[in-house]
Design a protein around this ligand. Sequence first.
Ligand code: AMP
Ligand code: ZN
Length: 492
Amino acid sequence: MDLYKKNQLKIYNSLAKEKQVFNPINEGSVGMYVCGPTVYNNVHLGNVRTFMSFDLVFRYFRHLGYKVRYVRNITDAGHLENDADVGEDRIAKKARIEQIEPMEVVQRYTVDFHNTMQKFNNLPPSIEPTATGHILEQIEIVKDILKKGMAYETNGSVYFDVLKYNESEQYGALSGRNIEDSVHNTRALEGQSEKKNPQDFALWKKASPEHIMRWPSPWSDGFPGWHLECTAMSTKYLGEKFDIHGGGMDLKFPHHECEIAQANCSNGVAPVNYWMHANMLTLNGQKMAKSTGNNILPNEIFSGNNDKLDKAFSPSVTRFFMLQAHYRSNLDFSSEAMEASEKGFQKLMQGIRLLDDLPVATKSSLEISNWVENCYKAMNDDFNSPILIAHLFEGVKYVNLLCDGKESLQAGDVSLLQDTLKNFVYDVLGLVDDVSQVNSDKLNGVVALLIRLRKEARENKNWALSDQIRDELLVLGVQLKDGKEGTTFSIN
Ligand code: AMP
Ligand code: ZN
């Protein structure tokens, strides 16, 4: 039987502002859309956290046996500075500064994004569409909204008429803003003056002569408004109404609010059944962000090369650190907190390494099925990974008691304990035992250093020291072999 049939999953719906039982539109299937990165810069650990939160959701749905279509876009045009309706396109600006093509910027940072996701063991989405690959679909939506009388054209640009929309629908329902506070960030007067009201947002923008990312349309050579791509791509790949839409908390307004308004007008239905928002990763209490420089990059955490870090940490330790917080809780990054997570992660992995050698008894002295149920209960309660991790430590405690002969389990319970721990640690949390890999890299480095010191000792005819290094390494199980090409080693 598929696991989803016996697990009632509850999801916190940011629109309803409560936990609700998850009922998919099509039984056994999930359609999920998550806003992807704007590829004009390297992603920082804050971005990684949001994508990891939805990777956990994706992984758990798959574990439960759902067929998931997970769509996460790449924003490669239309996202202007400061999330505003005026100003320079973020990608075009980077291209101008670096004197390269905008598509070179896009390529460079898309590759970096994919590498980073892979390092953290975030699974690739089922479809990863780009904004520039869906300009025609976006133009069709603008035409639709114009036809319905909810948008207007000024000087070749098209704006969504928020106040008119708000007469029949509630603009601001997701973010909880009232209409007076829903003013868009339109700092430059030029953009402002084209709008009937400051609440209105751009669906299509006429490109100024220097704006290089432009496409023909019925209104002008221009480019789509930032919010439009997600409406176009979610509708195209998941349908007018789909199960889940996710993103970071900071996208609720204006981005998701505008997506709801666009889809409501164009498709005539509210697009999403469950809105999910992941909370922010902070550093010194402030949101990690590209623009302020208050951030840590993935490469810095792996190398320890940042003055906010006392040492390097592996991808799985970082992943474990993030999953020890619930996705809707704020999480503050610090080197000390990471070190505590590293200790916890090592304890967890030590338990996992013992799993294949558990003793089998004729009787069970532990209630394993209750424990399994608790693991599922945690995840069924809005993907509560910190509670799940607490139960996994309980499982590790059982493993140690069994190895010490203090408790016993019969064969069926041993398999249940093994399978549950492995499934949750590897498949659902997506952790990898990479600390032993890091340790072996370190060991290789230390042996290479000793080989160099031994070579120096031999060059100085210090035979006693050279022999001592060789003999003591051998006692530790490291055998040196001197050959024509230099000295190599094997670890037994
Ligand atoms: P961007 O490329 O800026 O559109 O951001 C990509 C994703 O990262 C969005 O879902 C943001 O909400 C999310 N994000 C940005 N900063 C943080 C942060 N400090 N913590 C968690 N998520 C973030
Ligand atoms: Zn989006």
